[in-house]
Design a binder for this molecule. Structure first.
Ligand code: MN3
Length: 204
């Protein structure tokens, strides 16, 4: 199997002023593409040739560091583009809203924990909202391009929201101000897409 870069569901500048168009374009056409190219180059002879990207992540301890880093990079960014939207922001509704209230007390307390997870990730990585095996919700973070699907991750579960806190996600507009980027990201979260992932995770 060979993985390919797919188009974003919106224009590169569609998330402005929160995330600028040049950052989005470089992030997608340079960074995400490089993960896919490097993943494809690492596949021959690995035993992962016929696996889906989810299967690669779930069994990543069997594969090389190149497959872990670039496979994670591909899965993480594929999700990232989908859980943002020009019509994003606000708060979730329905069953996800109820679950957030149950496990975090309130949406604002959830957001505080999620933002802190991103802010406190030293170096590069991701903050996540995950559905655990017992169907509870949790916030956590992973280094580099690891994710909670991976069998090597300290933070396990089905990710339904992921926030990229690598500097390449924000440096052009926000420089070293990661907290400002995290506050801006909140305005573009596609909650209906996250709710769909939550519903799917409950059925998994
Ligand atoms: Mn990135």
């Amino acid at each position: 199997m060979s993985f390919q870069l797919t188009a974003l569901p919106y224009a590169y500048n569609a998330l402005e002023p929160h995330i600028d168009g040049l950052t989005m374009e470089i992030h997608h056409t340079k960074h995400h593409l490089a993960y896919i190219t490097n993943l494809n180059n690492a596949l021959p002879g690995s035993g992962a040739e016929s696996l889906s990207i989810e299967e690669i992540c779930r069994n990543v301890s069997r594969f090389s560091a190149a497959i872990r880093n670039n496979g994670g990079g591909h899965w993480n960014h594929s999700m990232f583009w989908e859980i943002m939207s020009p019509q994003g922001g606000g708060e979730p509704s329905g069953a996800l809203a109820e679950a957030i209230k149950k496990y975090f007390g309130s949406f604002s307390e959830f957001w505080n924990q999620f933002a802190q997870a991103g802010l406190n990730r030293f170096g590069s990585g991701w903050a996540w909202l995950v559905v655990k095996d017992d169907k509870s919700l949790a916030v956590c973070s992973t280094p580099n391009q690891d994710n909670p699907l991976m069998d090597v991750s300290e933070c396990r579960g089905i990710p339904i929201l992921g926030m990229d806190v690598w500097e390449h996600a924000y440096y052009l507009k926000y420089q070293n101000r990661r907290a400002d980027y995290i506050a801006a990201f909140k305005n573009v979260i596609n909650w209906p897409a996250v709710q769909k992932r939550y519903d799917d995770a409950l059925k998994a």
